[in-house]
Design a protein around this ligand. Structure first.
Ligand SMILES: Cc1cc2nc3c(=O)[nH]c(=O)nc-3n(C[C@H](O)[C@H](O)[C@H](O)COP(=O)(O)OP(=O)(O)OC[C@H]3O[C@@H](n4cnc5c(N)ncnc54)[C@H](O)[C@@H]3O)c2cc1C
Length: 174
């Protein structure tokens, strides 16, 4: 089952699916499971512009770099292509700034990642979707007349500030 990501054991999965009327005698060619990505150790082997450090003729793109997701993989491929094309034409191009979603993601995979402790205690670099935690911090002031933030107000204000800054910086980069 494509996209059926579960930790349920195969036997239990088959048992549950056979409870669905009409599937009592179904045979399952393939059951669900969590997917695992194959990816290189980008923080170590890639430069900030996605080149392989030991052979700079080679650039990497997409999920194999440690980004994850349709949009992230396609966007990473697009930037890699543009960087390479600019060089082939005798020019150069900057990677989008760290304050934009793509710049933050590329910055993360090429070295800026927070080294999380894995269960084994070893340092680990794991596939990453784009998310607000990758962007440089912003400070937000409470709106006038507001004594204290309520519920998710501060988080939402921060996210608005991050996206506003990203759009401005993206415009300047473009
Ligand atoms: C079960 C599952 C569910 C997912 N659900 C989502 C989702 O809901 N939303 C989301 O955003 N993302 C999802 N993803 C992640 C998303 O599919 C990937 O991040 C994205 O498709 C990666 O794109 P890519 O082009 O970088 O790599 P891929 O799509 O893996 O493309 C790499 C291609 O290279 C080919 N290749 C490999 N080796 C060679 C070789 N030696 N020579 C020639 N060709 C080769 C492969 O055959 C493949 O076609 C899911 C992934 C899985 C597995």
């Amino acid at each position: 089952m494509v996209g059926f990501q579960t930790k349920m054991r195969y036997g239990i999965q088959a048992e549950i699916f056979r409870m669905i009327p009409g599937l009592q005698n179904a045979q399952f060619a393939r059951l669900g499971g969590l997917h695992r990505n194959t990816f290189i150790n980008s923080p170590k082997v890639l430069s900030a512009d996605l080149k392989l450090k030991v052979d700079t003729r080679i650039r990497f793109a997409g999920q194999v770099t440690g980004v994850e997701g349709y949009v992230e993989s396609a966007a990473c491929g697009l930037i890699t292509g543009r960087l390479t094309a600019a060089e082939a034409l005798g020019g150069s191009m900057d990677v989008p700034p760290m304050t934009t979603a793509l710049g933050a993601l590329i910055g993360h995979i090429t070295g800026g990642h927070v080294e999380a402790e894995s269960y084994s205690g070893a340092r680990s670099f794991q596939p990453m979707n784009v998310n607000f935690g990758l962007f440089p911090e912003v400070t937000v002031e409470k709106p006038e007349g507001v004594k204290r933030w309520r519920g998710p107000e501060k988080t939402m204000a921060k996210r608005r500030a991050i996206t506003g800054r990203a759009l401005e910086d993206l415009k300047a980069w473009a």
